[in-house]
Write a protein that binds this ligand. Structure first.
Ligand code: DAH
Length: 344
């Protein structure tokens, strides 16, 4: 009898410890089987109980039952606590998130090479007091040609194969020089503007030609504007753009109907010292078309050529972007290929 009671006491202690230590429902179930199962530790005591005298059974029997009930209660309460904490953890996980947890980095965009170069250009000219102007891409014959001293029968029209619209007199602009006339009509001198944008030419596409590309146009009109103002501005500009203070410039005569005299400006090649494929082994790179604005153009823009003079310049922004970043195919520059664009 004494032995049985000692066993019951030990069983209560052991089961209570084991139940308390269980930290998952699976583990708790194993403990339950271990103590309350058909072949468990409680069942193991039954032979000891049956071996007792009737009188002893009267005390030991209820003690056994009590022991079983206590273990069951401990088990039930632990089970409930484990369920509660699992639910609480699930709920917390859905409400809060770990800000330090790893997540895949989203793909970051980058600026297009055109945007980079346009920013360098506009920063430079706005510091000199130029304003940024804009002009229409669908243009009239007047702004794209006539006002720029290119009448209908002028051979210069053939130099720029034009996309004509079905509406007579309308075209896709072939040059950003149309902005010159719009700016003259909108403002009174002194006028200092630059403009970048798309132009269109009816040309076959290959690595260096596209039917659509970008140009930069600039113009300054005031009372005493001279060719040396133009040359000084262009020299500083090209040095800034090519990011090299040692860049030299070379002036050649050039023909453009809207300027007189007309010049072409070359920059010394910033990429080599003894000739390379970019400068076609000449050490010079053709950069800008420019000159003093033709009196006919000033007149067309409503400005008195007796009172005012101006300089104008223009160049292919597309070509420049390709030069600056060593892009060998214009089709890449104008494509949405992410692998290519990611590099900038
Ligand atoms: N519009 C010319 C072209 O498309 C470039 C140009 C040359 C613009 C001389 C000018 C200039 O303003 O003065 O080829």
């Amino acid at each position: 009898m004494k032995t049985l009671l000692t066993h019951i006491e030990a069983l209560l202690k052991d089961s209570s410890n084991a139940i308390e230590k269980s930290d998952s429902l699976e583990q708790l179930e194993q403990v339950r089987v271990q103590f309350l199962g058909r072949k468990g530790k409680v069942a193991d005591l039954m032979p000891l109980l049956s071996a007792l005298s009737l009188e002893d059974k009267r005390t030991a029997g209820p003690a056994m039952n009590e022991c079983k009930t206590v273990i069951e209660k401990l088990f039930d309460s632990k089970k409930q606590r484990l369920i509660d904490t699992t639910l609480a953890a699930k709920e917390a996980a859905s409400k809060y998130f770990d800000v330090t947890a790893y997540t895949a980095r989203p793909h970051e965009g980058s600026l297009h090479p055109y945007t980079h170069v346009t920013k360098i250009i506009t920063d430079f000219f706005t510091q000199l007091g130029f304003q940024v102007a804009d002009g229409p891409e669908v243009e009239t014959e007047f702004y794209n040609f006539e006002a720029l001293n290119i009448p209908a029968d002028h051979p210069a029209r053939d130099m720029q194969d034009t996309f004509w619209l079905k509406i007579p007199g309308l075209l896709m602009r072939t040059q950003t020089s149309n902005v010159q006339i719009h700016s003259m009509k909108k403002n009174t001198p002194p006028i200092a503007v630059i403009s970048t944008g798309r132009v269109y030419r009816n040309e076959a596409t290959d690595a260096s030609h596209d039917c659509q590309f970008q140009q930069l146009e600039g113009m300054f009109i005031d009372k005493n504007v001279s060719l040396s103002n133009l040359i000084a501005t262009m020299k500083l500009f090209l040095q800034t753009l090519l990011d090299d203070k040692n860049v030299k410039i070379r002036i050649r005569p050039g023909f453009f109907p809207f300027v007189e005299p007309g010049i072409e400006i070359d920059a010394s090649c910033p990429f080599c010292t003894a000739g390379c494929s970019t400068c076609k082994h000449t050490r010079w790179i053709e950069m800008v078309g420019a000159g003093l604005i033709h009196p006919n153009v000033l007149k067309a823009g409503g400005i008195n050529p007796e009172k005012y003079r101006g300089f104008a310049f223009g160049f292919g922004l597309t070509r420049l972007v390709m030069l600056k970043y060593g892009i060998s195919d214009i089709r890449l520059l104008h494509s949405p290929t992410v692998e290519f664009l990611k590099q900038f």
